[in-house]
Structure formats: C-alpha cells, structure tokens
Ligand binder design. Structure first.
Ligand code: MN
Length: 327
C-alpha cells in the first residue's frame, strides 16, 4: 500500500468537516504516513487518510471539553518529499541496507522538526499523525528545543531497545531515541505490557524514566502519572496503548491496555493539572482490516475520536479553550 493522502487531494474532506484551513486553525495536524520498520502487521501508512475520512463522523461535542473546534482544527497535506523517501527506505530495507533506512528516517525527522517548530512559533498546537511510532521524533525535538520537556508515552510497548532487527530507527526504538534528544528531561510511560528484560532494566535504572505498567494500572494511578510529569508535556500516543478492542487492526496488538474512559480521564487530568501540553502525536493507527473501506472503519473512528480530544485538551492546557461546565 502506498503512502496515503497523495492521491485525489481534491476529494478529501476537511478535518472534522470544519472547512477550516491550516492557516486559520489553532490545532494543526501534520500527517506523516511513514511505514518502513513495522514488525508484524502492516497498514499504518493508511492511518492518516483513514482518520481524516473518519473524522467527519465525529460529533463535535464532549461533555468535559465542550466544543474546542471553535478555535479551528485542520490537517496539513503530506509533505511532498515524504512519499519518495518512504519508497527509498523500503527499497533500502529490502536490500538489507539498514544504515540507509536509518539515514532516511533521519531526513524525515529533519523535515518534521522545522515544520513543527514553525507551528509552535505561531502559537499553534501541533499533532503529528503517523504512520509508525517515530514519526514524531522531529516534533518532540522541536518542542524540547524551546524549553525542557517531558514526554507522556501511551503505548503497549516500552520501545526502549537501542536497536531492533538492526535498525535504530525502528518503531520499537521510539523511546530510546526520545531519550537522546536534548531538552527531554522526563519520559513517563503508561499502558506498557509487552517488553523485554533489558527494557525493564533500562526503565528502572534511568532516573528520567517513570514506567507505569499496565498490570499495575488503577484509576487512582492517573494522579501519580500526572505528578511524574514536568511542566511542559508532549503526549506521544501509540494507539496500541489502548485496549485492542479499540484498535483491533494495529500492527502489534497486546491484550490489556487503557479503556476508553481511562484514556479520556488521563488526558483531562494532565490538562487540568496546569501543565502545558506543547504538542501530541498519534501513531500506529491501521484502518480496519488493513485498508480503508468507506463505512467499515472501527479503528479509524476510535482514532478520530481520540484526535478530537487530543486537540481539545491541548487547547485547554494553553488557555485557549475553557472546558464545558456541563461536564
Ligand atoms: Mn506500541
């Protein structure tokens, strides 16, 4: 499957059917349908397009948030360099040119970084929409460049291996790469339930990391997660951090995970704690059955619902939006 969003641009709906351009929007989504290193099921390159199409189905009200879309939410086009680089990286992987794959992933990050830095400079709330986990490294680097940053990672996997199947840029190494970015002072992991011993030892041995294992999760833990975060937060959301009932098609599903109401409570608690959600990413969404089919997309409906709340709570945490007193 080729990277999405490059064909039939004119037929695409606007995000949440708002008809707002990225220039007018306060929350801006950057689609990065990068899929090179996925290790089990494929299909997340189709994630951004499927989420965009599903977003028109989201009813724009949330009992806690009210209607944050009044501040404008929109999706940018896929950067035009990306489809060619994705094809090159896949070819390099087929030829076992692993440093070539890593180099192209580095170019991807250097493309995303200034795009997100510009959005931040304009006072906008950015979301990087993958694609495999790792597409947001450039965005996190941009946010960490401004001031010290904590990353809240919702994920079934710890992603703390220094390399996986010979790749440093693997989606399974996301957190290891985050910790190498200057300005990242804290990594708080939630929903983790599939990892190796070395990752568990890394998590417990590095004072910057706080891992809240899924098996230990209880509602009252949300407050502990929030307390582990510094003032500036990037939320990095791998969809497989949720219960696989909410994302059955994702590439590496694991039993357990956050239920929907826990996910919403976590987002609300971070925003209402007074912390600033600088930016977000949402990764590893695969359209239901691996391919977008109109009217069948459970995975992308869940992701679009989550995207709406990510945008909304980012705007709350910035003082742009006031949550709804009805909630
Ligand atoms: Mn994961």
């Amino acid at each position: 499957m080729g990277p999405g969003l490059v064909r039939a641009q004119e037929e695409l709906p606007s995000l949440f059917d708002l008809g707002v351009s990225p220039g007018q929007a306060t929350a801006v989504v950057l689609p990065v349908p990068w899929e090179v290193s996925t290790s089990f099921r494929r299909g997340t390159s189709g994630g951004p397009l499927a989420v965009l199409r599903a977003s028109v189905q989201v009813d724009l009200y949330d009992p806690w948030l009210g209607s944050p879309e009044v501040h404008g939410m929109a999706m940018l086009p896929v950067p035009e360099e990306l489809p060619g680089w994705i094809a090159q990286a896949r070819a390099a992987l087929r030829q076992q040119d692993l440093t070539g794959v890593d180099r192209l992933a580095g170019r991807r990050d250097e493309l995303v970084r200034p795009l997100v830095a510009e959005l931040l400079q304009q006072g906008k709330a950015p979301v990087v929409l993958g694609g495999e986990h790792g597409v947001s490294l450039g965005g996190i680097a941009a946010a960490a460049q401004e001031a010290p940053l904590g990353v809240l990672q919702v994920d079934a996997h710890a992603d703390l291996r220094s390399q996986y199947q010979g790749l440093r840029s693997s989606h399974a190494c996301f957190a290891a790469r985050v910790l190498e970015l200057s300005g990242v002072e804290r990594l708080v992991q939630v929903g983790v339930r599939d990892l190796c011993r070395q990752e568990a030892e890394t998590a417990s041995g590095d004072p910057r990391i706080a891992t809240f294992y899924d098996a230990h999760w209880q509602a009252e833990r949300i407050e502990q997660v929030v307390q582990a975060l510094p003032q500036r937060v990037w939320i990095s959301w791998d969809i497989d951090g949720l219960d696989p009932a909410l994302c059955p098609s994702t590439g590496t599903p694991v039993p357990g995970g956050l239920r929907w109401r826990e996910a919403l409570s976590l987002l609300r608690a971070v925003a209402l704690s007074g912390r600033r959600i600088v930016g977000c990413d949402l990764c590893e969404v695969v359209p239901q059955g691996g391919r977008y089919r109109p009217g069948e997309g459970w995975d992308e409906i869940v992701a679009a619902q989550l995207l709406y709340r990510l945008c909304g709570w980012m705007l709350v945490s910035r003082g742009v939006h006031r949550p709804d007193p009805c909630g």
